[in-house]
Design a protein around this ligand. Structure first.
Ligand code: AMP
Ligand code: MG
Length: 394
């Protein structure tokens, strides 16, 4: 059976970053830079004072005569000569000639004569032009996910817009005769559909837009009609109907639309019935129906796919280490992803507590989980305190 890593390689291989679009900074949070922007100004744009005090020539000793003032936005237009000083405030441009700032706490003033408590070195309390970045430099690289701090930087670079990757458009289709949309009448013995809304929410939180195609019944006509509505999307994600039961009709229905199958089963638990292929140029990811399986598979496959489309590196989720808080039995033949809680220990290391309820239909355990403990195929029993690999959820 295909391993998780092999399957991740197969789903990511055909993907390339989407094109860019230019957005105002007010809408850039959480977007990914498509083109490294250059600074349109230096920061600071001139030598400026970092403190309130007097701008002086350091080599001229401790006694100076004040000849003017430079405040933020109102530079002193003259020149400081030997023995002269200019009253200066934080952020104000250093007057020509001066090379140092004596802070006001260390100066005594008598009329226009100022006396420093001691000599100052050249360059003291002066922020040099371009100390932070210079015009034309690109302190932000393509592929950067924009944080609020990056937006501060872009604004300081005098760039009101930024070119970011287009948000991937993801069609989400849930399947199953037993399902109803939450709030609708539930068929006898059925249940509310949670996968569609969960996947759409994940898609949104991972920087893409979801087009929820709703529910398809387990019949050819319904599946074909709903799947057609995915046209124009970058990705189609289905849930359910990809196992080996008589009502698992997703694959044969998509085949009618020209589906080229990749794989439909992988060595993972939960989430063995995972399907991948393409409809024309559009990749199709068929998630298992069991809600926990669907969400774990989305975390391991859909999220990296979206990261690839967004040009984010690395695409695969990082694997951290934690110490087991309770023992685990030997693993089976598939790679297991156990729902777990996390706790920070006194020594700063993470402890992972595997939950008792690991059934792939236990949505409450999945909702509560903070991490997935990764158990490689055939991993031997592990005792408390052993180090295990984990994936963080959220
Ligand atoms: P399937 O893969 O279609 O055989 O579904 C496996 C299990 O997952 C069945 O118990 C389904 O009822 C359940 N299931 C399938 N789709 C959903 C969904 N959208 N929301 C909640 N449970 C689902
Ligand atoms: Mg089904």
């Amino acid at each position: 059976m295909l391993s998780v890593e092999e399957a991740q390689g197969l789903v990511l291989a055909p993907l390339a970053p989407l094109g860019g679009e230019t957005v105002p900074l007010s809408q850039a949070l959480g977007r990914v830079i498509a083109e490294a922007p250059c600074a349109r100004t230096s920061h600071p744009s001139a030598d400026v004072s970092a403190m309130d005090g007097w701008a002086v020539i350091a080599a001229c000793g401790v006694t100076h005569t004040q000849i003017g003032e430079s405040s933020a936005g109102h530079p002193f237009l003259g020149r400081v000569g030997p023995g002269q000083a200019v009253r200066i405030f934080t952020g104000a441009v250093m007057p020509e000639g001066a090379d140092s700032v004596a802070i006001q706490e260390e100066v005594t003033l008598e009329g226009t004569t100022i006396r420093l408590s001691g000599p100052v070195p050249p360059g003291l309390h002066v922020r040099k032009e371009g100390q932070d970045f210079k015009t034309g430099q690109s302190p932000l690289a393509a592929g950067k996910l924009l944080s609020a701090r990056d937006i501060a930087l872009l604004a300081a670079m005098n760039r009101p817009w930024v070119t970011v990757r287009r948000r991937p458009r993801v069609a989400v289709l849930s399947t199953g005769d037993e399902l109803a949309l939450p709030g609708e009448p539930i068929p006898a013995g059925g249940l509310p559909s949670s996968n569609g809304l969960a996947v759409a929410a994940m898609v949104q939180s991972w920087g893409a837009d979801a087009l929820d195609l709703g529910l398809a019944a387990d019949d050819f006509d319904s599946l074909v009609a709903k799947a057609r509505a995915a046209e124009g999307c970058d990705l189609l994600v289905t849930s359910g109907g990809v196992s080996v039961g008589a009502y698992d009709k997703v694959k044969e229905s998509l085949a009618h639309l020209g589906f080229e199958a990749g794989f439909h089963k992988i060595g993972m638990k939960p989430g063995k019935p995972l399907m991948f292929g393409r409809l024309g140029r559009m990749p199709v990811l068929g998630l298992p129906g069991n809600p926990v399986s669907a969400m774990v598979a989305a975390t391991l496959f859909l999220k990296p796919m979206l990261r690839c489309l967004l040009g984010l590196e690395p695409a695969l989720p990082p694997i951290l280490l934690a110490q087991l808080a309770s023992p685990l039995p030997a693993a089976g033949g598939r790679q297991e992803y156990l729902r777990a809680g996390l706790e920070r220990q006194a020594d700063g290391r993470l402890a992972a507590l595997p939950f008792k309820g690991q059934d792939s239909a236990m949505i409450s355990e999945m909702a509560k989980a903070e991490a997935l403990i990764i158990r490689p195929p055939k991993a031997p029993a592990a005792s408390a305190g052993e180090t295990v690999p984990i994936l963080l959820l959220d």
